[in-house]
Design a protein around this ligand. Structure first.
Ligand code: GLN
Ligand code: ZN
Length: 786
């Protein structure tokens, strides 16, 4: 497009506009289809390889059509067949011992072996999966021990660069950097006490050095090394050690090797401010530095001046959310950076992070309404935005006046839209009093609830969902396509609820659920019923591997036009004499798994959602539902990347939960469910939620968390999961008895509940019934021995 800025001879030209990464799933989820066809035995490995190569080629062409230069490293080469962290592990040949039999002669893992690491096989447990920074993308956790083989084992990165070159494109390979890779890793089984994966830094650097040589030889002008770990300080190693590792790694990769033996290095650190890592980058030999100027602050003048020798890749277009960029504001930021860099500044315009987190294309959404559509920018629109900004920076605003004007108009339309600021919602939030966040003391509630509910010691229950059968999915699809009417659909759901209630009665569970058959997704279900949300048709985002989610868009003030769950819960309650637990998704989780408006603090939005839920709880209570569970599996996931921000986050998130749940009578029992077992970081917050009963994941860690919970003084009900629902394995009565015995040894029995680790929606009925039978049997045994 436009002219290159003044170029330092020692640095190859860096494109004026680029993106740090692009969705890998394909606009029609081609990746998902190709992977699942192969896994399901419906296609051969060759077909899969061909589909993946085709997807890469389509992506390059698409980005070229969208205006990124095909011949100057503007297009990232960041494809992954499953996960980009797993890709580094296999590039380094860092394969955990248990997969040794899957590594062929010669040591290079083939694609089937790669999938085994990701998904497990028979008794071979896959790598653990966890959230990538504060996003809803899951990466696979590498396992690194003192003896894990580490060498440059797999030249996939070079190969894909050459593949693109053969197709006429000069791409920019993207790899997760060595420091981030090691900080995201966990010690391999059997690693000695005190070992940290960072202890293997030098071996890893040797392998990366070879990779860089390989790219140099292949003629890659640039490589992008992502080091997002630098923006966080929540690692279990001290900051000094992280910075020392960074210094060492930049010296090994950029200092020790001269160009052109290696490509020029663009070091990117998305998701926040670099803080004291910035001077380390400034003092290194990397040729370009990427700054996240959406989540992170603009560095001060001195810090910028120190970057004068580098290309600064300014991430001013939000890669993490779907709103159209305020181009004027972004341009202001870019100008500020340019001024700070001073004479001869070399600055490129980019997204703040990879576009992995956003859907492909707004244009495909035909049902969002014309107005809302103009407020949004998905991946393809963002590719356009970086180019407009790059041109404006170079040539001034005039040549792009039309684009700037349109963006400003869209912003104005958004600000003025009646649903964005609604008086009745605003005044209700503004009128909240401290009392709206409090229930009477737990002791008083516990007594009142015991009396009304009359439950046995160690009450048994489930987390909410029962298996989502093919028939249920089919009924939902048929309703969507208008093949059946609403009444037929509801009758099918009621039949399912009846089946689930009868099953629970037969099993002898104490607190029943309706089973959530009507929920497509625990957030989208509510988004579809609340005002202020929109739901996309094609807005898929990769969650992990072939799994995609379709986050809803929270665009306006939130309110609840009508009850959302009361009819289902009441119907279930009408079928049985036992207590039925109502089931809601909490405010923090609703925010975490949606694209949330960026024009007001999250805390404000959270309170609006909380008030809508508060009304729902009131209606459930009025309908005679005496127990309500409000799920907050995402509470920990939104924890900020900097420790200094934790307190403020936990404060508003806990308050939102309390606002949602504290309107009910003392006799109504409030449960919450959190999906994880890493309690340590947030135990104070969990206490702060003030739920009467909290269920957590505990089976895989064998109840290890309970002594800590007890010694922290936690006095309310706790339901440590007694079996792992992520696997089809049916736990034996003995196994569950053993776990329960450990639980009653650690925590007074009167506090304990008995339940699985999480919802059962992904399981089949055979497993579910067998496992719950054993759960009830084990509970009876343990009760008898109390
Ligand atoms: N109530 C939900 C269910 O059982 C909870 C799911 C979750 O914690 N992710 O499916
Ligand atoms: Zn869960």
């Amino acid at each position: 497009m436009t002219q290159p800025p003044a170029v330092d001879r020692t640095v190859p030209y860096f494109p004026g506009a680029t993106v740090l990464g692009y969705p890998r799933i394909g606009p029609a989820r081609e990746l998902k289809r190709a992977l699942e066809a192969y896994w399901g035995g419906h296609s051969e490995l060759d077909d899969l390889q061909a589909s993946l190569a085709g997807l890469r080629a389509d992506t390059r062409r698409r980005l070229g059509r969208l205006g990124l230069n095909v011949d100057d490293a503007a297009i990232p080469s960041d494809f992954s067949a499953y996960d980009h962290v797993l890709d580094v592990a296999t590039t380094l040949g860092a394969i955990p011992e248990r997969f040794a039999s899957r590594v062929p002669e010669g040591g290079v893992l083939d694609l089937p072996g790669y999938f085994t690491l990701a998904r497990g096989e028979g008794d071979l447990a896959p790598l653990e999966m966890t959230k990538w920074f504060d996003s809803n993308y899951h990466y696979l956790v590498p396992e690194i021990g003192p003896d894990t083989p580490i060498r440059y084992a797999d030249d996939r990165v070079v190969h894909q660069f050459l593949e693109a070159a053969g197709d006429g494109a000069t791409t920019r390979p993207v790899v997760v950097g060595p420091v981030t890779f090691l900080l995201l890793s966990k010690p391999a089984d059997g690693a000695p006490e005190g070992f940290h994966p960072l202890d293997r830094l030098d071996d890893v650097l040797a392998a990366y050095t070879e990779l860089l040589h390989g790219l140099g030889e292949a003629g890659a002008p640039w490589v992008q090394i992502d080091e997002p770990a630098l923006v966080s300080d929540t690692w279990e190693v001290p900051r000094e050690r992280v910075l020392a590792a960074l210094t060492r790694s930049l010296e090994a990769l950029a200092g020790a090797v001269a160009r052109p033996a290696r490509p020029a290095i663009f070091l990117a650190a998305p998701y926040g401010s670099l803080g004291d890592a910035l001077p380390v980058l400034a003092g290194s030999h990397v040729e370009a530095v990427g700054l996240d100027l959406v989540r992170g602050a603009v560095p001060g003048r001195d810090a910028l001046a120190a970057l004068r020798e580098k290309v600064v890749v300014a991430g001013v277009v939000d890669g993490h959310n779907v709103w159209r960029t305020d181009l004027d504001r972004a341009l202001g930021v870019l100008e500020q950076v340019r001024d700070g860099l001073g004479e001869g500044a070399r600055i490129a315009v980019a997204t703040s992070c990879s576009l992995l987190h956003v859907p492909h294309d707004v244009e495909r959404e035909k049902h969002l309404g014309r107005e809302l559509s103009t407020w949004l920018a998905f991946a393809d629109q963002k590719v356009g935005e970086v180019q407009v900004l790059a041109q404006a920076l170079l040539e001034g605003r005039d040549p792009v006046a039309g684009e700037l004007g349109e963006a400003a108009e869209a912003r104005a339309s958004r600000a003025a839209h009646a649903g964005v600021e609604r008086e009745e919602v605003r005044s209700r939030v503004a009128g909240l009093k401290d009392a709206d966040f409090h229930r009477v003391a737990y002791g008083e509630r516990a007594g009142a609830q015991a009396e009304v509910l009359d439950l046995p010691v160690l009450p048994t229950t489930t987390i909410g969902s029962f298996p989502q059968t093919t028939e249920l999915r089919r009924a939902r699809a048929a309703l969507r396509k208008h093949e059946i009417d609403r009444d037929t659909y509801e009758a099918a759901m009621r039949a399912e609820i009846e089946k689930v209630v009868r099953l629970q009665e037969e099993l002898g569970l104490d607190v029943l659920v309706h089973g959530e058959p009507e929920r497509n997704d625990m957030v989208q279900y509510f988004a579809e019923l609340l005002d202020g949300f929109a739901v996309t048709q094609h807005g898929w985002v990769q969650s992990y591997g072939s799994r995609c989610t379709r986050p809803s868009i929270l665009w306006g003030d939130v309110s609840r036009p009508a009850p959302m769950t009361v009819a289902w819960a009441s119907y279930a309650a009408s079928l049985t004499d036992r207590p039925v637990k109502g089931m809601l998704t909490g405010p923090v989780t609703i925010l975490a798994w949606s694209f949330v408006r960026d024009d007001q603090p999250l805390a404000e939005t959270a309170n609006q959602v909380a008030l809508a839920l508060r009304d729902e709880l009131a209606d459930l209570e009025a309908a005679g539902i005496g127990i309500v569970q409000v799920d907050e599996p995402a509470l920990r996931e939104l924890l900020p990347l900097r420790r200094t921000d934790h307190a403020a986050y936990l404060d508003w998130s806990v308050r939102a939960f309390r606002l949602a749940t504290s309107g009910v009578a003392p006799t109504t029992q409030v449960h919450t469910h959190l999906c994880y077992s890493e309690f340590g970081e947030v135990i104070g917050a969990i206490d702060g939620l003030d739920a009467d009963v909290t269920s957590i994941e505990a089976a895989r860690s064998k109840m290890e968390i309970l002594p800590a919970i007890h010694s922290s003084g936690f006095e309310r009900g706790i339901g440590p999961g007694v079996y792992d629902i992520h696997s089809p394995r049916v736990p034996s009565v003995e196994e569950i008895t053993e776990l329960l015995t450990a639980a009653v040894d650690a925590v007074p029995a009167r506090q304990l509940w008995v339940n699985p680790d999480c919802g059962l929606k992904t399981r089949r009925y055979e497993e579910t019934t067998a496992a719950l039978e054993n759960l009830v049997a084990a509970t009876r045994t343990v009760r008898a021995n109390l």
